[in-house]
Design a protein around this ligand. Structure first.
Ligand SMILES: C[S@@+](CC[C@H](N)C(=O)[O-])C[C@H]1O[C@@H](n2cnc3c(N)ncnc32)[C@H](O)[C@@H]1O
Length: 173
């Protein structure tokens, strides 16, 4: 088989059995595990490029300070229980265990007439939510390179992707 790495907790073991120690910050633990990561904002250039195509009308995961649209929902509103029908939605959800709920909500809302939901997500292609929702129902654009989110000093330690629901969104714009 080809070459690669086997990743362990504190070192990388190469296929020829060399062990390469890794520094804690190699995985940018601040970004991965800090509760602050819920607030990492979409990079402006990414939002601008998408907004030129989609002309977003709703940001369902926001604070008044980081909202990308005039219409937005905050944690207090709980965007997960709101109606997104008829909107062009830009969704960069809080990452963590609840991402699957946000992606399921995005699919369900995109079934409503005139609704398009564009999601910025980490590219976790082994998750249930990827296989249950993104792969069957979305158009997926994998992003080349890693994004530096607003408020972060370094690029994220994961790849990102744009997932658009429904797949035939072009008919709705
Ligand atoms: C990754 S940030 C995205 C911020 C901004 N919308 C953007 O794209 O840059 C996710 C946001 O969702 C908010 N949030 C967390 N839980 C929420 C909920 N249940 N309903 C609405 N917003 C929520 C967080 O406060 C945070 O501001």
């Amino acid at each position: 088989m080809g070459c690669g790495f086997v990743l362990k907790a504190a070192h990388i073991k190469t296929l020829d059995n060399r062990e390469i120690p890794i520094k804690p910050d190699r995985f940018n633990r601040d970004v991965m595990f800090s509760s602050k990561s819920e607030e990492w904002a979409t990079p402006d250039h990414v939002f601008k490029a998408l907004d030129e195509e989609f002309r977003f009308t709703l940001d369902p995961c926001a604070t008044p300070e980081n909202a990308k649209c005039d219409k937005f929902f905050t944690k207090a509103d709980n965007g997960l229980i709101q109606d997104w029908g008829g909107e062009r939605v830009f969704m960069n959800p809080p990452y963590g265990a609840k991402v699957g709920r946000w992606v399921r909500k995005a699919v369900n809302e995109s079934l409503k007439p005139g609704t398009v939901v564009v999601c910025l997500l980490y590219s976790k292609t082994g998750t249930r939510w990827f296989h249950n929702y993104c792969s069957p129902h979305g158009m997926i654009w994998f992003i080349k390179g890693r994004l530096t989110f607003g408020g972060a000093e370094h690029p994220a330690p994961y790849d990102s992707m744009i997932v658009i629901f429904p797949k035939d969104w072009k008919d709705r714009l």
